[in-house]
Design a protein around this ligand. Structure first.
Ligand code: NDP
Length: 448
């Protein structure tokens, strides 16, 4: 690779790109990474990290209310959006600094401008400079999809929602997936009137039906409005600056904020990939093999731009596997089986492995064990909100095929349970484990 400027040129310094750059450099490669926006990518800058911090901030609404039942004299509290927003953004900047520092410590050159592929081994930067590399890695991620209809430009996406000047009083959210439900929870807890509008008749398609139904029931009981099977007709900006959202077949909804959470698309446009011969799929995602290699031998891709599983830990593993395989002489592949995930709604839900429907489809029938309970803390707080844990078990072997749950701290509990599911443990192994009492997680070893 001595004839090239770099052994590896990475486009995109998000979760996948940063991991690949740093590991390849540690294996001795000469590496540069181009980033047109901020080091850290969607997860750190405008995704998982600031979102989770907003979830924590928002949940104080319930904690402060519950505290009174636990004897605390909580005076009337007021919430200040600029304080939370600015503290979250400062934390994001701190983490961005750490990411940049880590790259620097590993000798990775950060090129702070847009880069596009101009050949199998050539990249052209926004400044016009061209550089060559033995291997090019595309790790540019994805961007929110914005539906287009008259006035849709008045809506924002998750790219802008962390930067709002003030807290909206009325929020309409388009979509029924991860982002829609997470922000419905955040804005509702912070005091806004929230209406979630989805094109289909459900939320969180693909999640276990009973679990997502429980989230729907709890969210409705809290006061979040849901409208299904609707499409957006137009949005009008009113004289006072507010919005009027028109949907087919129902009264228009006044709003201060319209948030689009209707999925994300790979950011491949204008990257020069087609001219270099890189094959994309119908959604614009880069087609790669199990070793993250595209249709061009010298060009690889990891993370959301490949549209496999759009989750940060998956992108990180893909970046690691790519760097170890191509530069570390330690070939390995990402195992996509039993990837856990969570929706940080209020309360959160989480799952790993097959849902009941998927289990039935695969094995004809499955054994299902559930625990439907009110967490101890909710009982004393007088909060009528029930958790639901569900275990899907192979009909003959007793192997646990999946665990799905909704309730306080379910993401924290599920991560540990995912180890057991990934390891292929049986329901009996759960039964053999003594309960840790009193906890919510003990329900997992008490399922009958
Ligand atoms: P999701 O894919 O989760 O949900 C998209 C929603 O928008 C669905 O309800 C879908 O409807 C609807 N939709 C899709 N296309 C259109 C369209 N053209 N017009 C109107 N509605 C549409 O996407 P998100 O944007 O919420 O999140 C993107 C991805 O980011 C997630 O898939 C996830 O991988 C990742 N993410 C993960 C998080 C986590 O791990 N906690 C948090 C946030 C994001 P329907 O399916 O009902 O037809």
């Amino acid at each position: 690779m001595a004839d090239y400027d770099y052994d590896l040129f990475v486009i995109g310094a998000g979760s996948g790109g940063v991991r690949a750059s740093r590991v390849a450099a540690a294996h001795g490669a000469k590496v540069a990474v181009a980033e047109e926006y901020r080091v850290g990518g969607t997860c750190v800058i405008r995704g998982c990290v600031p979102k989770k911090l907003l979830v924590y901030g928002a949940h104080f609404a319930e904690d402060l209310a519950d505290a009174r039942r636990f004897g605390w004299n909580v005076p009337d509290c007021a919430f200040d959006w600029p304080t939370l927003r600015d503290n979250v953004l400062a934390e994001v900047s701190r983490i961005e600094g750490i990411y940049s520092q880590t790259l620097g410590n590993h000798g990775v050159e950060i090129v702070r401008e847009r880069a596009a592929v101009s050949g199998p081994n050539e990249v052209t930067l926004a400044s016009g400079r061209t550089v060559t590399a033995g291997v090019i890695l595309i790790a540019v991620g994805a961007t929110p999809m914005r539906p287009t209809f008259p006035g849709s430009e008045h809506g924002v996406t998750s790219n802008e929602v962390f930067l709002l000047d003030s807290l909206p009083k009325r929020v309409v959210i388009a979509g029924g997936g991860y982002i829609a439900n997470e922000f419905a929870g955040i804005f509702h807890e912070l005091g806004a009137a929230v209406t979630l509008v989805n094109r289909s008749d459900t939320i969180l398609r693909g999640y276990d039906e009973q679990i997502r139904d429980r989230l729907l029931q709890i969210s409705i009981a809290k006061g979040i409005q849901f409208r299904f099977n609707l499409t957006f007709e137009k949005v009008e900006r009113q004289e006072d600056g507010s919005l009027l959202v028109h949907l087919t077949g129902c009264d228009p909804i006044p709003a201060d904020l319209l948030l689009f959470a209707t999925g994300r698309k790979p950011l491949t446009e204008g990257l020069g990939l087609e001219t270099a011969g890189v094959v994309l799929d119908g959604n614009g995602a880069i087609k790669v093999d199990a070793d993250n290699r595209s249709s061009v031998d010298s060009i690889y891709a990891v993370g959301d731009v490949t549209n496999r599983i759009q989750l940060t830990p998956v992108a990180i593993r893909e970046g690691q596997a790519f760097a170890d395989t191509v530069f570390g002489n330690k070939p390995h592949r990402v195992d996509y089986d039993c990837v856990p995930s969570a929706v940080f709604s209020h309360p959160p839900m989480a799952g790993v492995g097959l849902t009941e429907a998927q289990g039935k489809e695969k094995y004809g029938s499955v054994k299902v064990y559930t625990s439907d309970f009110r967490a101890m803390k909710n009982v004393l707080a007088g909060r009528n909100e029930r958790a639901l844990y569900k275990m899907v078990v192979h009909p003959e072997t007793d192997v646990v095929l999946g665990i799905h749950m909704i309730g306080p701290e379910s993401a924290e509990i599920l991560q540990a349970a995912a180890v057991a599911v990934k390891a292929g443990l049986t329901k009996q192994a759960f039964d053999d484990t003594v309960a840790l009492h009193p906890s919510m997680a003990e329900e997992l070893v008490l399922l009958r």
